[in-house]
Design a protein around this ligand. Structure first.
Ligand code: NAD
Ligand code: 0WE
Length: 270
């Protein structure tokens, strides 16, 4: 028996086989969850359908989370297909490219609103729409990044949006706790996905990250998948409102360790 056997899980934000959502989908399938996918834009149909087939997922619905109507429609269809829902994963973020370079103070009002709408409100909107369908023991999960807490050059508007997303995770956890529904976030290290590859300077920061992180390794969508299994399973029955770092320990470092290879042997010999 898997850790998610008997649970119905909906995953939002699958774009392709590099997506964090795909790492989560594969881990959930392995643990016996009954899956449904939602994606944005017809363009993605040709990528998402084959992935759904790989995991034998029958529920595949388009939903632009900028639209309350589309969120309501996908919740309606999910109710018809699954009856009840145990898990909703929100793996969506978006800002205009203009808002992800140069100075944060140059952020436009429209760019600020767009990033907050797609990257933050959508999680609240999904929580609202799915709350009536959710069973006790269920959970909501979102994806965040350390740029919410500390300044990451160029992340700019997305950092501010992620800070609001992390706060939203706590407020939703407080709202839904009495119904036995948990709300958590995974704060992932940089991963080469579609959303990340469109970012100038990502390559360098990806490499620097591995050099600075205690474990000297980058993280993968599969790592996020395994952490998501834990957070959405009964193993995390009393964990809610939490931001779980899946980052090779990067966030604990205050100052970079100048030792090139501080492996166990050199630590012991001093
Ligand atoms: P991705 O491009 O594979 O996924 C982003 C998804 O957001 C896509 O599926 C896209 O279709 C969806 N999306 C954008 N606008 C939408 C809309 N209006 N309606 C519905 N869906 C919409 O990239 P990813 O890196 O897997 O991103 C998933 C999540 O992980 C995001 O929240 C991102 O901020 C977060 N994250 C990414 C990294 C990283 O380095 N890649 C690190 C930490 C957190
Ligand atoms: O959350 C993210 C990705 C956010 C993102 C990326 C894009 C690129 C293409 C949101 N919207 C867009 N819009 C686009 O048009 N990450 C954590 C990955 C990421 O993005 C960065 C990073 C890192 C890390 C942007 C600048 C600096 C670092």
């Amino acid at each position: 028996m898997g850790l998610l056997t008997g649970k119905n899980a909906l995953i939002f934000g699958l774009a392709n086989d590099k997506s964090i959502a795909w790492g989560i989908a594969q881990a959930f399938a392995r643990e016996g969850a009954n899956l449904g996918f939602s994606y944005a834009g017809e363009m993605l149909t040709k990528r998402v359908r084959p992935l759904a087939e790989q995991l034998n997922v029958k529920f595949v619905e388009e939903c632009d989370v900028a639209s309350d109507e589309q969120i309501a429609a996908v919740a309606e269809k999910a109710k018809a297909h699954f009856g009840e829902i145990d898990i909703v994963v929100h793996s969506i973020g978006f800002a205009n490219k203009d808002e992800l370079q140069g100075y944060f103070y140059n952020t436009s009002r429209a760019g600020f609103h767009l990033a907050m709408d797609i990257s933050v409100y959508s999680f609240v909107g999904l929580a609202r729409a799915f709350q009536p369908l959710m069973r006790r023991g269920g959970s909501l999960l979102t994806l965040t990044y350390y740029g919410a807490v500390k300044v990451a050059p160029n992340y700019n508007m997305m950092g501010v949006a992620k800070a609001a997303l992390e706060a939203s995770t706590r407020y939703l956890a407080a709202d839904f706790g009495p119904q036995g529904i948990r709300v958590n976030a995974i704060s992932a290290g940089p991963i080469r996905t579609l959303a990340a590859m469109g970012v100038s300077g990502f390559r360098d920061m990806y490499k620097n990250y591995a050099d600075m992180a205690p474990m000297r390794e980058n993280v993968t969508p599969a790592d996020c998948g395994n952490a998501a299994v834990f957070l959405c399973s009964d193993m995390a029955a009393h964990t809610t409102g939490e931001i779980l770092y899946v980052d090779s320990g990067y966030n604990i470092m205050g100052v970079m360790d100048p030792r090139k290879e501080s492996n166990q042997a050199s630590v012991v010999s001093g």
